[in-house]
Design a binder for this molecule. Structure first.
Ligand SMILES: *Cc1c(COP(=O)(O)O)cnc(C)c1O
Length: 564
């Protein structure tokens, strides 16, 4: 079953979550979608990889929202048998002094250009394990700190052992965020100096060798966002064959910080946008954090009608998305407008079937969909309801919202309730709909079918953001606060618009948002013949989709990180 993947050395890509396809709910948001797009690009580019993640049988969760705007969480259980095959290898790790067995499912990612890549989904739900241990790989981002540590042992240590047991030759390990950093400890155990080489008092681990093998992508621009485990927990849960002094030297004296561990065990470290790399360099003095700005997978995020357009006018774009830079002069305006009208129609039909609400095809739709959490500021648009209504009375628009809040994020859940209250408040003046259960399929419809993609994070918390890049693939301009990727992507009036003055108010406040909407965005949309608007749509494709794609990202990983 694995033979086709074992004959050449591969890059092992470790991620706690990965969006393989919409039917497999092993992802929570942007990090997982990025992991999926990473693998999809590696597949198209035939860059040999093997992805390692958890099977997350209970998924993240399925979101239902009641009439009051309360989020109800249902298990998103999926059946690994339906999409993947069980592998007969098993390895063991030690957790809390017990032996915990780990098996895996093989999912084969099949690219639309014929490439194939193996994905190992680790699973502890085996007869050999106790009831509690069988659940370690059930809930993505579920449970407490102890549960998380057990998952990270399975992912990092279990993953490395399983790759070896299955016969993979790994030429490089890539940690997508710090969750998998324990893989470095397993590699340290593998690469020790022979006894004769070790002089008393000197480290026995071959750290340079481990570092040469590892790359680390950090995604979190705040210290508080990094996984951290107290050492009494580590002593109780992790097996005791590691030298604690050495671990403390690598991962922090006070607690085991997974980001520190990953930083210290990786030769190549990168942030996910230029600004994020700067912020990370300031947060981690002494390390060199490179910038490889994120991208999205071309074929996945271009809607059917845009794919056809690109195939016709820019053949080869799926392998070489740089070709899209010619979209501005090579694709007729009318064809762009028609493709967009179809995507918009599809979205309007979806909204109708999900909510019973009819959106008007001739009125612009603003889209805002992402994880509902405080720093994303989904409520910024609704800061001054009277002003918003006044703008809409003169130049009408409609709003489509979506997003899940993490079950423990009370603040995020409150935001969902507030957005529902605002929607009721706006009724009659602005149609506002909130679509439940944001997932990849909904993201595809939304980023293609709206007229403007809105993003209002509080800088510098948006490390990159990727949904705006998906919009660009469909000629949908962004209206966004200058943070994350948009600092690189925004050419004012050509690819979209910045909220706030880059020099004066980088945090982009509500007033700046209203001013830009009222004075720039809506007038351009309602300007008689759409030619000015289509120019921006083409700018989004030719300047942004041509660059902010995961093929470019993977080519950089391949030449700069994996080639060490
Ligand atoms: C792309 C995507 C995200 C990430 O959106 P951001 O703009 O980075 O916040 C989250 N969830 C889903 C389902 C997505 O497709």
């Amino acid at each position: 079953m694995l033979d086709e993947f074992l004959h050449e050395p591969r890059v092992a890509y470790f991620s706690m979550e990965i969006a393989l396809r919409n039917e497999i709910p092993t992802y929570a948001g942007g990090l997982g979608v990025l992991a999926g797009d990473t693998l999809r690009s590696a597949t198209d580019l035939e860059l040999p990889m093997v992805a390692v993640s958890l099977v997350s049988r209970a998924g993240y969760f399925r979101q239902e929202i009641d009439a009051q705007g309360h989020q109800l969480e249902h298990a998103g259980t999926w059946d690994p048998k339906r999409w993947s095959q069980p592998l007969d290898a098993k390895i063991a790790v030690t957790i809390e002094g017990r032996t915990v067995w780990i098996g895996a499912w093989l999912y084969v990612m099949e690219g639309h250009m014929g490439g194939r890549q193996p994905v190992l989904l680790l699973d502890t739900d085996l007869n050999e394990n106790s009831h509690g241990d069988r659940e370690i790989t059930h809930y993505l981002y579920g449970g407490d700190n102890v549960y998380r540590l057990k998952q990270e042992i399975v992912l990092g240590i279990g993953g490395v052992r399983l790759l070896q047991a299955l016969g993979f030759t790994i030429r490089h390990y890539h940690m997508n965020e710090g969750h998998s950093a324990l893989l470095g400890l397993e590699l340290m155990r593998r690469y020790t100096y022979s006894v004769e080489e070790v002089r008393p008092g000197e480290p026995q681990y071959d750290l340079p060798r481990v570092r040469d093998l590892c790359s680390f992508t950090t995604h979190t621009p705040v210290e508080a966002g990094h996984d951290r485990f107290p050492y009494d927990l580590i002593l109780r849960v992790l097996d005791n064959s590691f030298d604690m002094q050495v671990i403390k030297g690598l991962a922090g004296e006070d607690s085991l910080n997974m980001t520190r561990l990953a930083l210290n065990l990786s030769e190549y470290i990168n942030g996910v946008a230029k600004k994020h790399a700067e912020v990370s360099n300031a947060m981690f003095p002494g390390y060199k954090v490179h910038a490889i700005t994120n991208g999205v997978h071309p074929f996945t995020w271009a809607a059917e009608d845009f794919r056809q357009l690109y195939d016709l006018y820019l053949p080869g774009w799926c392998h070489e998305p740089q070709l899209l830079m010619r979209a501005d002069c090579c694709i007729p305006d009318a064809s762009i407008w028609e493709a967009h009208a179809k995507a918009k129609k599809n979205l309007i039909e979806k909204v109708q079937s999900l909510t019973g609400i009819s959106l008007h095809p001739d009125i612009p739709i603003f889209g805002f969909a992402r994880r509902m959490t405080a720093y994303k500021r989904p409520d910024l648009l609704f800061t001054d309801l009277e002003r918003l209504k006044a703008i809409a009375r003169k130049q009408p628009f409609q709003i489509v919202l979506a997003g899940k809040a993490h079950p423990n994020d009370e603040n995020g859940k409150q935001l969902i309730e507030q957005l529902h209250a605002h929607a009721r408040d706006m009724a009659g003046t602005i149609t506002v709909v909130y679509l439940p259960d944001y997932d990849m399929a909904l993201a595809q419809s939304l980023t293609a079918g709206v007229d403007v993609w809105l993003n209002t994070p509080l800088p510098p918390f948006e490390a990159s953001g990727t949904s705006g890049m998906k919009a660009a693939f469909n000629g949908v301009p962004n209206l966004s606060v200058l943070d994350g990727w948009w600092i690189e992507g925004c050419i004012e009036g050509l690819t979209g618009w910045a909220i706030g003055d880059p020099a004066g108010m980088p945090d982009g406040n509500a007033r700046a948002l209203y001013d830009k909407l009222e004075q720039v965005v809506l007038p351009l949309y309602y300007n008689s013949d759409h030619s000015g608007w289509i120019r921006v749509m083409k700018g989004a494709i030719s300047k942004n989709a041509s660059y902010f794609n995961s093929h470019r990202m993977m080519r950089r990983y391949a030449t700069e990180a994996y080639s060490r």
